[in-house]
Design a protein around this ligand. Structure first.
Ligand code: ARG
Length: 565
C-alpha cells in the first residue's frame, strides 16, 4: 500500500492546490473501520486552516478535482473523503510488486549505509538457559532480521554473562564435588546442579563464600588452572545454547561477552574520574544520578572489581569504536530497565554524543501452565525442555494428521518450535504472558501451526500448477481476491511499524490477517479448477504473491516454513 498511498497523496495534494505537503498528507491517510467507508480515507479537517473552509466543503472540493488511476471512486462523508481503490489496479500492483520485482516485497533500503548492533539472548554461563530467555532470543533475532530486511547492516552480539563471582563459586564446587566425565556427559545441567549445591552448602558453611571470592580473584589475576576451568565451563554451556539456537535458526556475529570487557573498565573509570563524575560510597565507586531521579550507577565494587554496568559502558564504547553503529539495541526483560536507564545516562554525562543511539527494548515475563516442565535445578523451565515437549507433541499431531508425510521429524521440529515462537510473539512484547502449550500447538486457533499449515497449503497449490503464474493481465471477479490483494499490499507498512516500534508482534498479527484473507479466498474461489484461463492465472498469481509474503513474514519472526505438514 505504501506505493499506492504515495500516489494517492500526490494526487490529493494536486487537488488541494498544494495546501499540504505530500508526505504529511500520506501520513494522515487512514484505514476506515469498515469496507463501506472505503479502502482509505482522508480527514479533511487537516486542511481547514490553510484552505479556510469547513471540512465537508473541502471534502467536496477534493472529490471534484481529484483524479488518480489507483482510485476507482470517491465518496464525501462529512469531513472525510473516502477513497475506494480500483480493484484491477490494486491486484495488478500487488502482482507487479511481488512476482515481477527484483527484491522481496516489503524489503527496503531505508537502512542503507547504516549499522545496527543488536545485543540479545546473552545468557549467564553455567546458569539455566530458561523460558525467561525466550523473549530476548526471539525478539532480538527477529529485530535483526527486520533491520536486515530494511537494508541495515546488522551485527548480532551474544553478550554472554561469562564473568563474575559465580565462576569462583563454580570453581570451588567443581573441585569439591565435581567430576569431569559427569560434566562432559551431563553438560550444562551438571554445572547448574554444582552451582545449586554450592548455595545449599554455603548456607551451612559460609567459609565457602570466601573460598569462592578467592578463586574468582585468582581467575581475574590470570591463574592458569582457573582460566582453563572457566574456559571449559563456557564451552560446555555454549554447546548447550547452540542446540537451541540451531532449532531456532539463530546465528550470532559475535560472542564477545562480559569477560571481554573487564580489562577495559579501568579506562572508563579513568575517564569518569577526569570528568569529576566518580564518587566513593562505602568503598564502592559510583556515579551519582540523583539529579536524574535514579539511584547511583555502580562502577566498581568495594574490592575494586568491575561490575555489570561498568562492563556495559565499556562494551558500548568498544562497539561504537568497532562498528560505528547508528543504533545499538539491547533486548532484555523489563526488570533491567533501570539498569539501562542508569548507564545510558552515565554515557551521556561522559559526553559521548551517541548516547541517544542506545536503545533498550524491554519485554514482560513469561509463565507456563502446569509445573510439568520444571526441572531438578529448581522451579525454572528450561528452554530446551520447552522445545523438546513442543516438538514431541507436534510429532504426535502430525502422525495423526498426515501419517504418510516423509520428513516428519524435520516438520515436527519446525511446527513445535514455531508454535512456541508464534505464541510468544503474538502479544505486544511488554505484556506478561502465560503459556498454554495446548493452545500454542492447536491447528485451529490463531497459532503458529495454523500459519504454517496455510503456508503449506499455498505451496501445495503452486506445486500442482503446471507453470508458474505470470498474472500480467489480471481479471478480478470476486471480493475475496481484492481483499487478499489488499492485505498483501499492507505488508511493507507492517514491516516499517515493527522496526519503528521494535515490535515483532506487528508481523505475527499481520500473518494472521494474511492467513485469514487467504483462507477465505481459498474457500470461495476455485484456483486450479477455475474455468476462465485469465481468472485462473490471476488467482494463481495471487497465491504466489501470498506465499512469497507469508514465507518472508514467517522468516522475519524466526519461524520455519514447511512445504507440507
Ligand atoms: N546476561 C544478562 C542476563 O542474563 C543479559 C545481558 C544483556 N545485555 C547487556 N549488554 N547487558 O540478565
Amino acid at each position: 500500500m505504501t506505493e499506492i498511498k504515495k500516489q494517492i497523496a500526490d494526487a490529493l495534494c494536486t487537488a488541494a492546490g498544494g495546501a499540504i505537503d505530500a508526505a504529511e498528507l500520506c501520513a494522515a491517510l487512514e484505514y476506515p473501520p469498515s469496507a463501506e467507508l472505503g479502502d482509505l480515507a482522508f480527514p479533511c479537517f487537516r486542511l481547514s486552516k490553510t484552505m479556510r473552509k469547513a471540512p465537508p466543503a473541502i471534502a467536496a472540493e477534493l472529490a471534484e478535482k481529484f483524479s488518480c488511476p489507483a482510485v476507482g471512486r470517491v465518496q464525501v462523508a462529512g469531513g472525510y473523503l473516502n477513497l475506494f481503490l480500483d480493484k484491477e489496479y490494486l491486484v495488478r500492483h500487488v502482482i507487479a510488486c511481488t512476482l515481477h520485482a527484483d527484491k522481496p516485497y516489503g524489503g527496503s533500503e531505508d537502512g542503507k549505509g547504516k549499522t545496527v548492533v543488536l545485543d540479545y539472548s546473552s545468557p549467564n554461563v553455567a546458569k539455566p538457559f530458561h523460558i525467561g530467555h525466550l523473549g530476548t532470543t526471539v525478539i532480538g533475532h527477529s529485530l535483526k532480521k527486520l533491520h536486515a530486511f530494511a537494508g541495515w547492516n546488522c551485527v548480532g552480539v551474544n553478550h554472554l554473562g561469562d564473568w563474575g563471582t559465580q565462576f569462583g563459586k563454580l570453581i570451588v564446587a567443581y573441585r569439591k564435588w565435581g567430576d569431569r566425565e559427569k560434566v562432559e556427559a551431563g553438560e550444562i545441567d551438571e554445572l547448574v546442579s554444582l552451582y545449586v549445591r554450592f548455595h545449599a552448602e554455603a548456607e551451612k558453611d559460609p567459609s565457602l563464600e570466601d573460598a569462592a571470592r578467592a578463586e574468582f580473584t585468582k581467575l581475574e589475576a590470570g591463574d592458569k588452572d582457573n582460566l582453563a576451568l572457566w574456559k571449559w565451563f563456557i564451552e560446555i554451556s555454549l554447546r548447550e545454547y547452540q542446540k537451541t539456537y540451531d532449532q531456532l535458526g539463530i546465528t550470532f556475529d559475535s560472542y564477545k561477552g562480559e569477560s571481554f570487557y573487564y580489562d577495559k573498565v579501568p579506562a572508563v573509570v579513568e575517564a569518569l574520574r577526569e570528568k569529576g563524575l566518580l564518587k566513593i560510597d562505602d568503598g564502592a565507586s559510583i556515579v551519582d544520578l540523583e539529579p536524574y531521579g535514579m539511584p547511583p550507577c555502580l562502577i566498581l565494587k568495594n574490592d575494586g572489581s568491575s561490575i555489570y554496568p561498568s562492563r556495559d559502558i565499556a562494551a558500548a564504547i568498544y562497539r561504537k569504536e568497532t562498528y560505528n553503529f547508528d543504533k545499538c539495541i539491547y533486548v532484555t526483560s523489563a526488570g533491567q530497565s533501570l539498569h539501562f536507564a542508569q548507564w545510558f545516562k552515565v554515557v551521556e554525562l561522559m559526553g559521548y554524543d551517541w548516547y541517544d543511539k542506545l536503545v533498550h527494548v524491554p519485554y514482560g515475563t513469561v509463565s507456563i501452565d502446569g509445573a510439568k516442565l520444571a526441572t531438578r535445578t529448581g522451579n525454572v523451565v528450561l528452554l530446551k525442555d520447552l522445545f523438546a515437549t513442543a516438538i514431541e507433541k507436534a510429532r504426535a499431531i502430525i502422525e495423526e494428521k498426515n501419517p504418510t508425510l516423509e520428513n516428519k521429524d524435520e516438520v515436527a521440529k519446525q511446527v513445535g518450535v514455531g508454535a512456541i515462537v508464534f505464541h510468544y510473539l503474538s502479544n505486544g512484547r511488554i505484556k506478561d504472558i502465560n503459556f498454554v502449550m495446548e493452545d500454542a500447538l492447536s491447528f485451529d486457533g490463531n497459532t503458529g501451526p495454523y500459519a504454517q499449515y496455510t503456508y503449506a497449503r499455498m505451496r501445495s497449490i503452486l506445486r500442482r500448477a503446471e507453470a508458474p503464474a505470470n498474472g500480467e493481465n489480471p481479471k478480478v471477479t470476486s471480493p475475496e481476491e481484492v481483499e487478499l490483494a489488499k492485505v498483501i499490499s499492507r505488508f511493507p507498512e507492517r514491516v516499517q511499524a515493527a522496526i519503528a516500534e521494535y515490535e515483532p508482534s506487528n508481523i505475527t498479527r499481520y500473518i494472521l490477517d494474511l492467513c485469514a484473507a487467504f483462507n477465505r479466498f481459498y474457500h470461495e474461489c476455485p484456483i486450479l479448477s477455475a474455468e476462465d484461463a485469465d481468472v485462473r492465472e490471476t488467482r494463481l498469481a495471487l497465491v504466489t504473491a501470498a506465499s512469497d509474503v507469508l514465507g518472508n513474514a514467517l522468516d522475519l519472526i524466526c519461524m520455519g516454513k514447511p512445504e507440507q505438514i
